[in-house]
Every structure is written in structure tokens, then in C-alpha cells.
Design a protein around this ligand. Structure first.
Ligand SMILES: *[C@@H]1O[C@H](CO)[C@@H](O)[C@H](O)[C@H]1NC(C)=O
Ligand SMILES: *[C@@H]1O[C@H](CO)[C@@H](O)[C@H](O)[C@H]1NC(C)=O
Ligand SMILES: *[C@@H]1O[C@H](CO)[C@@H](O)[C@H](O)[C@H]1NC(C)=O
Length: 281
């Protein structure tokens, strides 16, 4: 028995070493985001948990650093972008997607996560958790984090937030991109766009297209808790919508998915959505 255990352990150690060697050679796709992307438990799940199915595991490792309740501001203040930066190797990819927790107000209502309102370099002064804090805008937080990742040799995917339940108004479909979708696109442009290795994925638009095709019954029952957080099934749909948006774009990461644009477009996910040439897709 002892011998068998020792052998098994030795084998396990060897295969672990092999796995480490493989993943060290393969680029990592780092995910930064909120609960809609994060590893969750119970009836809800985040879409980041399903992304790895669309990549060859010997070529890409997906590391989901998204965490529930965060915004671009709190992910910055808590040092979470900095922690991901420490792991980033040249050739890696970083996907950033926020927006669900970035709205709301400052002042006495400050919850530590609302950004300063605006698309530019505006700042707001607040006190959070007993400390004075200069709050930046959403594009500023994305550009600060993005510039550091680029400097470390990574490429960037700035992704627009997922929609809330598009069918919530008594079976009537309703959705349009919010200001965070626009801010995300703007940040991608201002970081230098495609030439600088920065790509925008209109994830919300692709997700809304898929949710529209699925219909209100399927979509409703897959928001088990509220109108924001998805069941595992719908999280997989959100991952699919992201993968479609990625393959419809021009990034090398989009070319590296296991899925052709044609194969994805032949499903309920639908086809590529066109934008003008100023949008870095
Ligand atoms: C903020 O942005 C405006 C408009 O782009 C620019 O004129 C100004 O110099 C910027 N201010 C700072 C402090 O960067
Ligand atoms: C992409 O292809 C892989 C391998 O066939 C599959 O597991 C994955 O679900 C596909 N992704 C999407 C979004 O359909
Ligand atoms: C390009 O499309 C984006 C997104 O729809 C829009 O915000 C922008 O104004 C457009 N630019 C031009 C030059 O039409």
C-alpha cells in the first residue's frame, strides 16, 4: 500500500511539474471584473468561468481575478489591478470589464465604488472608510490600469459590461448601451487602440443580441436572483457572446479561439455587429 501511495504521489508531482511547464510557456488571459464575470457560488455564476472552453488549454490559461461587488475604482483602490500586474508576463492578455458597480453617487452616499462622473480627467473629492480619496472617472481608471499592463508587455481587451435582463419589462425587449459601454470604447481609443494592442469588445451589445434571440422565458428563468446575476447556463451564454465579439474583431486573441466566427454566428449568438472604423475592434 505504502509503495503504491508513494508511486502515485511521485506521478502526481511529475504531472504537476509538466502542467506548470506547459502553462509557463502559454500566455495567460487575465480577467479583471465584477460579479458578472467572477467565480460565484450557489445559483449564480460569472461568465469568466466559461471562457477557457473556447481556448486550447495547452496554448492559453485563463486566470479569473474578477471579484463580486467591485468597480473600476474599488478594484484600483484595493490594489487588485496591481496584484494582476505582478502576474503579467509579456505576451499575456488582460480583459477588463466593469460598469455594474460604477454608477451611483459620491458625497455622503459614497459606497467606495462609484466613480467620479465624466468621460475625461475630472476628479471628485470624497471621504471613504475614514480616508480622504481623490476619485477619478471610469475611463481614467481603465486607462491607468491599461497603461501599466501595456508597459508590462500585455495586450488589452476593454470589454463593455453585460446587460441586465433585457426582457424585464413584462416580456417586452428593451436594451441600449449605457454610458459605461461608451466610456470603455473611449478608453480603448485613448490608450492608442489597435496599434497599441488595445481592443474593444462591445460585450453588452453581443449579449443583448443573444438574449433577444433566446426569448423572455429562457432569459427570465436564468436570472434566478435578480436582474443582473446569471445562472451558470446564462453565464455560459455571456461567455459565448464575448467570444463572438472577440472573433468578429481583429485581435490575435480573437484569431486564437477554438471557434470560427461562422460557427458562432450560426447559433443564437447571431452575427457580427458593424461599427465605424474609429472603433478599435
Ligand atoms: C484635462 O483634460 C482637458 C481636456 O482634454 C485638458 O485641457 C486639461 O489640460 C486636462 N487637465 C489635466 C490636469 O490633465
Ligand atoms: C468553442 O469551441 C469549443 C470546442 O469545440 C467549445 O467547447 C466551446 O464551447 C466553443 N465556444 C463557444 C462560445 O461556442
Ligand atoms: C463610431 O461609432 C461609435 C459607436 O457607435 C460612435 O460613438 C462614434 O461617434 C462613431 N464615430 C464616427 C466618426 O461616426
Amino acid at each position: 500500500m505504502k509503495t503504491t501511495t508513494a508511486l502515485t504521489l511521485a506521478q502526481a508531482t511529475m504531472s504537476m511539474a509538466a502542467a506548470v511547464t506547459t502553462s509557463a510557456a502559454a500566455p495567460t488571459i487575465h480577467l479583471c471584473g465584477d460579479s458578472t464575470m467572477a467565480s460565484m457560488s450557489g445559483a449564480i455564476q460569472g461568465w469568466g468561468q466559461y471562457l477557457h472552453y473556447s481556448f486550447d488549454p495547452t496554448r492559453y490559461t485563463v486566470l479569473n481575478s474578477a471579484i463580486a461587488g467591485r468597480s473600476a475604482r474599488s478594484f484600483t483602490r484595493e490594489g487588485r489591478f496591481a496584484a494582476v500586474l505582478k502576474l503579467v508576463q509579456p505576451g499575456d492578455w488582460v480583459v477588463i470589464e466593469f460598469g455594474h458597480n460604477d454608477g451611483g453617487g459620491l458625497g455622503s452616499k459614497d459606497n467606495g465604488r462609484s466613480d467620479c462622473y465624466g468621460a475625461g480627467n475630472e476628479t471628485c473629492q470624497t471621504t471613504y472608510d475614514g480616508k480622504a480619496e481623490t476619485v477619478e472617472t471610469y475611463p481614467t481608471y481603465l486607462k491607468q490600469a491599461g497603461a501599466a499592463f501595456l508597459k508590462a508587455g500585455a495586450k488589452l481587451i476593454l470589454s463593455a459590461p453585460t446587460p441586465n435582463d433585457v426582457w424585464s419589462d413584462k416580456g417586452v425587449y428593451s436594451w441600449g448601451p449605457d454610458r459605461f459601454a461608451y466610456y470603455t470604447m473611449l478608453a480603448a481609443e485613448e490608450l492608442g487602440g489597435i496599434k497599441a494592442g488595445v481592443y474593444f469588445v462591445p460585450h453588452g451589445t453581443y449579449a443583448a443580441q443573444a438574449l433577444k434571440a433566446l426569448g423572455s422565458d429562457v432569459v427570465h428563468k436564468n436570472y434566478p436572483q435578480d436582474h443582473t446575476h446569471t445562472s451558470p447556463y446564462l453565464a455560459d451564454v455571456m461567455a459565448g457572446a464575448f467570444v463572438l465579439g472577440l472573433t468578429c474583431g481583429t485581435s490575435d486573441l480573437g484569431k486564437a479561439t477554438l471557434n470560427s466566427t461562422a460557427a458562432l454566428s450560426g447559433t443564437f449568438l447571431g452575427g457580427c455587429i458593424s461599427y465605424n472604423s474609429t472603433v478599435p475592434l
